[in-house]
Design a protein around this ligand. Structure first.
Ligand SMILES: Nc1ncnc2c1ncn2[C@@H]1O[C@H](COP(=O)(O)OP(=O)(O)OP(=O)(O)O)[C@@H](O)[C@H]1O
Length: 296
């Protein structure tokens, strides 16, 4: 398990991380979200020892992370770090060799990953000739090539086309299935909502929300339903108990419920009053939860 434990960091007297505490469990994809400048990259850099924390610690299975345990980490930094004048294959073999993988095995793994992630490059193309998305795939492979025990990825999905997003998502899910804790930052909230087992939302260096999307949804406030009833006065919903009308448009009424039980009562009332054409729960998306959490 990867744990951030009371991590604090200031730059020039300005607090950037404030008592940051959360765990990424084995087999879990953890989505690390937050507005620009919230501190995500700083937290990841601290985990990898690129930047030191002022207080607190990052732990791997309970022990403070050190140079030795960091060799188990796979890291995709925000500032991509590939050698422009090498081919993807040579580069990946080189990274694998740095991590102690034997030459033949390094070449096998590099070729297999290039194939699997669909890196589009001629055999002699240097990295600088690749499109940004293909460079990004190579960067992800560089984080994976030594079979890491934990993955820390800074915006791995930014700039990828939908097919590449699916390929990368598939790889991360498989890593999680194999028991690897995976934490990645992203502003693509629909993707985070779709993929992640748990999500943390950072605001001004503090984790202001953490949990599964369902937990965050419940914590975000009352449920809503959308209901459309024909052959009834437009004001039918205004006298309902246990619900408040949020919007009425084109025969569709949006209600905020005091409890989940109220939904059944409302449906029964609506059926007694007229012809129910549509009745459905309107769930907050991660985007709504995020805006609420960061106070936007
Ligand atoms: N080396 C540094 N020196 C001074 N300030 C820094 C340094 N690194 C980061 N910061 C500041 O720390 C704050 C957090 O930055 P960080 O890059 O961690 O945020 P982020 O959540 O990753 O943002 P984004 O989503 O824009 O990538 C920002 O205000 C940034 O300017």
């Amino acid at each position: 398990m990867l744990s951030f434990d009371g991590v604090r960091k200031s730059f020039g007297g300005r607090r950037v991380l404030d008592d940051l505490t959360f765990d990424v469990r084995p087999g879990e994809l953890f989505g690390f979200c937050g507005a620009n400048g919230a501190g995500k990259t700083t937290a990841m850099r601290i985990a990898l020892g690129v930047v030191g924390a002022d207080a607190g610690a990052v732990r791997w299975n309970g022990a403070e992370v050190d140079a030795h345990s960091r060799r188990l980490f796979g890291y995709m930094p925000e500032e991509r770090g590939l050698y422009a004048k090498m081919t993807p294959l040579d580069q990946l073999v080189y990274f694998a060799r740095l991590s102690g993988v034997r030459p033949r095995e390094a070449r096998r793994r590099a070729a297999e990953w290039i194939e699997r992630l669909g890196v589009v490059a001629g055999p002699k193309d240097h990295v600088e000739k690749l499109s940004l998305g293909n460079q990004q795939k190579v960067q992800l492979i560089a984080a994976l090539i030594h079979d890491p025990a934990v993955l820390v990825l800074d915006e791995p999905f930014s700039g990828l086309d939908p097919v590449a997003v699916d390929a990368m998502a598939g790889v991360l899910l498989q890593c999680a299935r194999e028991g690897v804790p995976v934490v990645f930052s992203s502003h693509q909230l629909e993707l985070v909502e779709r993929l992640c087992h748990r999500v943390g939302i950072l605001r001004g260096g503090r984790l202001v929300a953490e949990g599964t999307v369902s937990e965050l949804r419940r914590a975000a406030g009352p449920s809503r339903v959308r209901i459309s009833v024909r052959d009834v006065s437009p004001a039918w919903a205004r006298s309902l108990t246990g619900a408040r009308v949020l919007a009425e448009e084109d025969g569709l009424t949006v209600l905020e419920l005091e409890s989940d039980r109220a939904a059944q009562d409302i449906l029964a009332t609506a059926q007694a009053a007229g012809r129910v054409e549509f009745f459905g729960r309107q769930e907050a998306g991660l985007g709504d939860i995020f805006r609420e959490a960061v106070g936007a």
